[in-house]
Design a protein around this ligand. Sequence first.
Ligand code: SF4
Length: 465
Amino acid sequence: MSTTASAFKESATQYCHDLDHRQRIKTALTGYEGKRDENKSRFRSWEEARQVAAEIKYEVINHLDKYLEQFVKNLEVRGVKVHWACDAKEARDIITGIARDSNVRSIIKSKSMTSEEIHLNEDLEKHGFDVFESDLGEFIVQLRNEPPYHLVFPSMHLTRYQISDTFVEKLGSERVTEPEDLTMIARRIMRQKFCTADMGVSGVNFGVAETGMISITENEGNARLTTSLPRIHVALMGIEKMLRRMDDLAIFLPMLATAGAGQALTCYNTLYGAAKLPGEVDGPEQFHVVLLDNGRTAVLADAEQRDSLHCIRCGACLNVCPIFRNVGGHSYGTVYGGPIGSVITPHLRGLQDWKHLSFASSLCGACSQACPVKIDLAHHLLQNRRNAVKEKPPFFEGLLWSGFSFVMQRPSMYRLGAKVGGVLQPLHDYVKGTALDPARGWTESRETPQIAKQTFTEWWKENRQ
Ligand code: SF4
C-alpha cells in the first residue's frame, strides 16, 4: 500500500469513528440541501439547465485552444499581462517574480483552490512575503495551519467554539462565541491588511473568451477588495475555466450559486478586464492573469475523461457523497477532495499513488446526479480503477485471479477445492478477524459465505430419481 493510501485509510478510519464530526457535517449539509432544493425550483427546469450547461462546457473544452487564444487576445488589447504556466512550479515562480519585481511585501488573497493546488502560500512565505487569506473560512484554516476542508466551505468542520479558541490562541482576542462577534474580530484585522497589502491574488471562476474578462463570484466582498485596493492584481486561472460568451454567465452564475451554496445567486459577481485605465481613480496599476495547465492538457488528451474538465468547482458532488460525509475533507490528503478530487487527483499527481481514491466510493452515483454540468463521476472512478490495473497489474491479485480461472475451468479441481474449503472453513471461522487470519483485511468487516455441506451435483445425484 502506498504511503498516501495508508495515510488515507488511517485518517478515514479515525474520522469515521468521530461521531461528533459526522454529526456536524450532517447538520451543515442538511441546511444546505434544503436551500439548494428550494433554489433549484426557481429554474424553469433544473434538468434542462444542466443539459445546457454541459453542452456549453463540451463545446468550450473541445475547442479550448480557440477560446483561450480569443480570451488572451482580448485581455492583452487592454494591457493585461498574461502568463502561461505549464506546471505548479512555473506558476509559483511567475507569481513570486511579479511580487519581487514590484517590491511587494504584503500579499492579500481571496479564495482560490487553484492557489491551494500549486501550494502558493507556502512558496510566497518561503520567499519572505507576508501572505494573508481574506475569505473568512480560509482565514480561519490559515490560522489553524490546516488545508481547506471543502471546495466551497473551507472551515465547515469547525464549531464556533473551536473558532473562538483559535482566535483567542492565535489573535489574542477576547473570548466570544456568537458568529457575528467572531466575524467582527476577523473583519477588523482584515481591513488593516486590505489597506496595507501591495498585491492581491485571486482565483477565477470563469474566463469569458468573447470579452477577455474574468468573473469572480463570492459572498463576502473580500474578493472585490483583494482585486481593487492593492496596486497589483494577480488572477490565477486553470485553463479549463473558460466560457464562450457573456451570455453563458446567465446560466453558470445561478447554477454555481445553487449547486455550490444553495443560493439563488451569490452576493457579489464581478467581471474584471483591465488594470486601472487612464483617468480612472480606482483599481490596481497592474493586472496579471496566470493561466495554469498543471496536468490539464493531459486530461484534455484523454477523450474518455476529458469531461472532468467541465467541473466548475461547486462542491455539490462532495455534499451528497456518503464517503465524504463520513471520512471528511481532510482524509483525502489532497486539495480536491470528494468524488471530483478522486477523479482528477490521479491525473494531477500520479495514478499509482492516488488510485486508492477511486475506491473511496460506494458507486451509488449520487455525485453524477448532483453535478450541474453532468460529469459522470461514478463512471470515471471505475475508469480510474481499470486504468490503474492496466498500467500496473497487482501481482498477488493477478495470481489469485489466474488461480481462480484455472480452477473454474476444471470441474474436478473445482470439486476438490470445494471439499478442501469445506474442511478448512471451520478452522477459518475460529481465527476469523484475528492476527492469525490471512484474509482479515477482508473478513474483519464482512461475513464470509458458508460453503454448503452438500454441493448441488451431489444433491442431484442423490435426488434425481
Ligand atoms: S464535479 Fe460537478 S458537482 Fe463536483 S465540484 Fe465539479 S461541477 Fe461541482
